[in-house]
Ligand binder design. Structure first.
Ligand code: XMP
Length: 178
């Protein structure tokens, strides 16, 4: 997107408050039972770290890189599923991802984990887009329900840029660049 501007959607304060609430709910839900927290890189990077700081020390952390986006739209093809191997058999896995959009990534990753023998697979996402699902995926924990707009910041990027911004912005076409 050559001429684009950023419109702030979610403030740093709201992110911090919501992450704290999610961590409390997740902690109360698992009640100290063993959980593998599987972060999907790179988009969930900041969300994962902030959440992990507030979860019990018993959680096991794994990260894998999966990607389906090129620019502002999904390619529909998910790369990195072959990197999902690991010791998930018999485990409860909590996938932590940035955005639930078409649902293709999370449904594929979830199916792979169950194929590998995971006992249970739950999903926690930072943002869930409205009206974009191609497949049904249930996210047990959702940070923010958002409209179908392209968002960046707090780990989310547009072609590698804006990831380090600490708030979440809508990237919208315009004549002036921020
Ligand atoms: P789905 O659910 O379509 O989403 O498989 C896969 C991945 O697409 C990315 N995604 C976005 N990334 N801004 C981003 O920076 C967005 O608005 C956006 N929408 C989808 C994201 O990595 C998600 O995991």
């Amino acid at each position: 997107m050559k001429n684009a501007s950023l419109r702030r959607l979610i403030s740093k304060r709201d992110i911090r408050r919501r992450v704290r609430e999610l961590a409390e709910e997740i902690t109360a839900h698992y009640q100290g039972r063993p959980v593998v927290v599987l972060g999907l890189m790179n988009g969930a990077l900041f969300f994962l770290v902030d959440l992990l700081r507030l979860l019990p020390e018993s959680v096991i952390v794994e990260c894998r890189t999966v990607a389906s986006y090129a620019g502002p739209s999904s390619t529909g093809k998910i790369h990195g599923l072959d990197m999902l191997h690991g010791n998930f058999a018999g485990k409860t896995v909590l996938i932590v991802d940035d955005i639930l959009d078409t649902g293709l990534t999370l449904s594929e990753v979830r199916a792979r984990l169950l194929d590998m023998g995971a006992k249970r697979v739950d999903v926690c996402v930072l943002c869930r887009k409205e009206g974009t699902r191609k497949v049904r995926v249930r996210a047990k924990w959702v940070g923010f329900d958002i409209k179908n707009e392209f968002v960046v910041g707090y780990g989310l990027d547009f072609d590698g840029v804006y990831r380090t911004r600490q708030e979440i912005f809508v990237l919208e076409p315009s004549s002036s660049t921020p």
